[in-house]
Design a protein around this ligand. Structure first.
Ligand code: 5RP
Length: 226
């Protein structure tokens, strides 16, 4: 089974956890894409009635195209379950997200959800966080100063670019990735990044996930975390 098939496997597995008449947070990325596809199928074939809260414009477009009703997060009073991908998950189930530059919306939707499920192929598991660069969404005004501060701290910052142009998020901001390689104390780092003016949100998702579905060639493994 290649990586794409593992992503599909966990996306479709996760869709089975979605119940009728619920409000569902829809993640972003190449794995979450399969979740949305599976939910689109269930909507058509089983008449599944859900309201989706999308974590990006991309996901919103895909979900609408498949006939899933979408509401803005501020139009709903709760979210029952959010299902999303992740870039790295440590052995104590902390995560890095934002590889698709959507972590601000993803975190906002996640922390306002009763339950969170992450779906990943087995390559995303590691002992300690940090092998995946840590994404920060940064407000453009003053961003060069934020960058310099991060550099002085030896956090190896790089503005994220695509075709030599800075990546712009759904909020109109930049992304700075920190190449840290090993994050010894994610809680301490999260607090420090939270305190820097100009960083809208970082990609450390701590104490958030309830269930992880990991794709393996012999089938998905479901891990109940909390
Ligand atoms: C987007 C994210 C994604 O969930 C994360 O990057 C995983 O994506 P993929 O499933 O494509 O590997 O955080 O900001």
């Amino acid at each position: 089974m290649n990586k794409e098939e593992l992503k599909k496997q966990v996306g479709y597995k996760a869709a089975e956890f979605v119940q009728n008449n619920t409000i569902v947070g829809l993640g972003t990325g190449s794995t979450a894409k399969y979740l949305v596809e599976a939910l689109g199928k269930r909507t058509k074939e089983e008449n599944l009635n859900i309201v989706g809260v999308a974590t990006s414009k991309r996901t919103e477009e895909q979900a609408r195209s498949l006939g899933i009703t979408i509401k803005n997060i501020d139009e709903v009073d709760h979210i029952d379950l959010t299902i999303d991908g992740a870039d790295e998950i440590s052995s104590d189930f902390q995560g890095i997200k934002g590889g698709g530059a959507a972590h601000f919306r993803e975190k906002t939707v996640a922390i306002n959800s009763k339950q969170n499920i992450w779906i990943v192929d087995n390559s995303k598991l590691s002992n300690n966080l940090g092998s995946f660069p840590l994404p920060l969404e940064v407000i453009p005004f003053g961003s060069s100063h934020v960058f310099n501060k991060l550099k002085l701290k030896n956090y190896n910052p790089k503005f994220r670019e695509n075709n030599n142009k800075r990546v712009i998020t759904d909020q109109g901001n930049y992304v700075i990735d920190l190449y840290l390689h090993d994050i010894k104390d994610p809680t301490k780092l999260a607090k420090e990044l939270d305190s820097i003016t100009g960083i809208l949100e970082h990609g450390l998702f701590l104490n958030i996930v309830n269930k992880v579905i990991v794709g393996y060639p012999n089938g998905p493994k479901i891990i109940n975390v909390r």
